[in-house]
Design a protein around this ligand. Structure first.
Ligand SMILES: Nc1ncnc2c1ncn2[C@@H]1O[C@H](COP(=O)(O)OP(=O)(O)O)[C@@H](O)[C@H]1O
Ligand SMILES: [Mg+2]
Length: 254
């Protein structure tokens, strides 16, 4: 097998050149990082679970007409995706206060927000992903006003859909982060959802106990990180058939 070209290595994933032009292979690592990479570890099986969970959610979103980069899963740790030009903005959707908004605005964690709040952060590890306004995004040309409207309306549809999906399996969707990119098709440019949707970038609380089933278990040393991700996969009905035994998957990156 020929060696694939590594296009990018991030904190949680590696991108390889795909088999056809305009495609990439997204490889999910077990690496876990928090506080902009200050805290680092590995969580066995996390990559396998996130690959599955993101596949499941992206496929469901496609089914309701929300275009995204997912093409198909290739194996335990890899999925084929459409290559996009990532818009350097993280779109954060908050239904309930948790994380940075609590510190910034002095709100107690778990306070339901009066309405869904969408925040934007500039994607920059060096700057610690600072929060920015629409003004910054359009002034610096990261996205134009039309694109931003499109991003906002897609984001709210994703939130509505995911809120329902998680409620049905006894999970509260507290907040999550999305990334979008430009897909070029001849003269046409389309903004589509990219990256991943998984317990790495969603806050998910058990609906009866408020137990955290997401990366906060890692951030706050609560233990049981892998179990929590498995619980989400199990409730979504996508635990790998052979059970936790095959979660390790292949760790080889060629
Ligand atoms: N479809 C796509 N095309 C191009 N780049 C993508 C696509 N989906 C996600 N990405 C980018 O790939 C990287 C994924 O790796 P990750 O480990 O999450 O990186 P990071 O540490 O930068 O968050 C991110 O920088 C993300 O913006
Ligand atoms: Mg990332």
């Amino acid at each position: 097998m020929t060696r694939r070209r590594r296009v990018y290595e991030g904190k949680a994933k590696v991108l390889f050149e795909g088999p056809e032009p305009g495609t990439l292979v997204q490889y999910f690592k077990d690496d876990a990082t928090a506080f902009n990479g200050e805290k680092k570890s590995t969580v066995t099986g996390k990559g396998v679970l996130n690959n599955r969970i993101s596949e499941h959610l992206m496929t469901k979103l496609s089914d309701i007409g929300i275009h995204n980069h997912f093409i198909r899963r290739l194996n335990m740790r890899e999925q084929l995706i459409k290559e996009v030009d990532i818009i350097p903005v993280e779109v954060i959707v908050r239904n309930v206060a948790a994380g940075s908004i609590c510190k910034r605005l002095g709100i107690a964690e778990g306070t339901p927000l009066p309405r869904t709040i969408v925040e934007y952060c500039f994607k920059s590890d060096e700057l610690n992903d600072p929060i920015v306004s629409e003004e910054h995004i359009t002034a610096f040309g990261w996205a134009n006003p039309l694109e931003l409207d499109d991003i906002m309306s897609q984001t709210l549809r994703v939130n509505d859909f995911l809120l329902g999906l998680f409620t049905a399996i006894g999970i509260r969707l507290i907040d999550f982060k999305l990334e979008f990119g430009r897909l070029y098709d001849g003269e046409e440019v389309q903004i589509i959802l990219a990256d991943e949707i998984s317990p790495d970038n969603c806050r998910l609380w058990d609906a009866t106990t408020d137990k955290k089933l997401d990366k906060d278990r890692f951030r706050r040393d609560l233990g049981g990180v892998e179990d929590a991700y498995q619980e989400v996969a199990r409730r979504l009905g996508i635990m790998p058939e052979s059970g936790p035994g095959d979660l390790k998957g292949s760790t080889a990156i060629q």
